[in-house]
Design a protein around this ligand. Structure first.
Ligand code: SF4
Length: 318
């Protein structure tokens, strides 16, 4: 029984079914579009590319995470408090969002609307990415238009299935000026779709996963002739960086396996190795994104300049 060729087709079919739930995405701008690169949004709607098997599996990981969270909520008996994949629309423009989980009350039945945006990740970041915040803020804004009264909040639930870790970035609220900005981004993207404006590229950490990177003007570099010894050094840098990245990946996996064995606290010496795991107490830090959203007047006053530095990038030419 040959499973891989079967799965290559079956995963594509699964992704088609899942994206069909979001309707025809070429006809509207969604909450994941508003904070994204305009060029990528434009091309993914006008000229959709077949995703690789690996990318499709990663998409499926997101669906698996949502199903898992839903199963957990239901097992805990709160099924009646929320709906999933709730569509919210702008009254005047084709701007929409599909809310992963919309709770209508808190667990103690206090009425409120709470949006949960689920993100399946490989390593939980220290702070939510700006695109995640834009996505959630857009959802909160569309909900505020639909429900002008009452308590409304949201959170981003990041889940790392491999590491068995979950983190809630909580405390997001409706922010009118941010929502207005995101709506104007949405209208700009609609103009791009209607060929009335240019879909400009904007570089972010997501460029590495972009299917339109190969001919992206933001990624193009001028052709130059490098001295042979410099070219050799740059290639050596590429090679060592790749060894380092692979080592980092292996270290992360091995660390997880060791911690699965030891638990959070352990001390022991075998014939060849000392194995010590200790806990570092949690501490409080300022959440700069939340500060920016909730206290926009104070935020500029507590900013200080960070010294710039030279950034070196070497990549093998494909
Ligand atoms: S590579 Fe980056 S900047 Fe270029 S289209 Fe893709 S996401 Fe946008």
């Amino acid at each position: 029984m040959e499973l891989i060729p079967f799965f290559e087709t079956a995963v594509a079919a699964l992704n088609k079914v899942k994206s069909a739930e979001l309707g025809d995405r070429t006809q509207y701008i969604g909450s994941s579009d508003v904070g994204s690169c305009a060029r990528k949004v434009y091309l993914s709607k006008k000229n959709p590319k077949e995703h690789s098997f690996s990318t499709m599996l990663k998409f499926s990981r997101g669906h698996v995470a949502e199903t898992l969270i839903e199963d957990i909520f239901n097992a805990a008996g709160v099924k009646d408090l929320y709906d999933t994949q709730v569509e919210v629309k702008h009254p005047d423009h084709p701007l929409k969002a599909h809310v992963d989980f919309l709770f209508y009350s808190d667990f103690d039945n206090t009425p409120q609307l709470h949006v949960i945006e689920v993100k399946s990740v490989n390593g939980i970041p220290d702070e939510p990415y700006p695109q995640w915040i834009d996505q959630l803020s857009f959802q909160l804004g569309l909900l505020r238009l639909q429900y002008p009264e009452g308590k409304l909040g949201g959170s981003i639930l990041a889940i790392d299935l491999n590491a068995g870790k979950m983190h809630q970035f909580n405390g997001f609220e409706y922010n009118e000026s941010l929502f207005n900005y995101l709506c104007s981004r949405g209208l700009y993207l609609l103009d791009c779709m209607a060929e009335k404006d240019e879909a400009k590229p904007s570089v972010s950490h997501l460029c590495g996963f972009c299917s339109y990177r190969s001919d992206c003007p933001a990624m193009s570099v001028p052709q130059v002739e490098l001295p042979p010894e410099i070219e050799m050094l740059a290639n050596k840098y590429v090679e060592l960086n790749s060894v380092k990245n692979n080592a980092d990946k292996q270290l992360k996996n091995i660390r997880q396996e060791l911690m699965d064995f030891t638990g959070p606290v352990f001390k022991g010496r075998s014939e060849t190795v000392d194995l010590v795991v200790s806990s570092v107490a949690s501490s409080m830090v300022v959440d700069s994104n939340l500060l920016k959203i909730q206290y926009p007047d104070i935020y500029p006053e507590v900013m200080k300049e960070r010294a710039g530095y030279s950034k070196l990038e070497c990549k093998a030419v494909k």
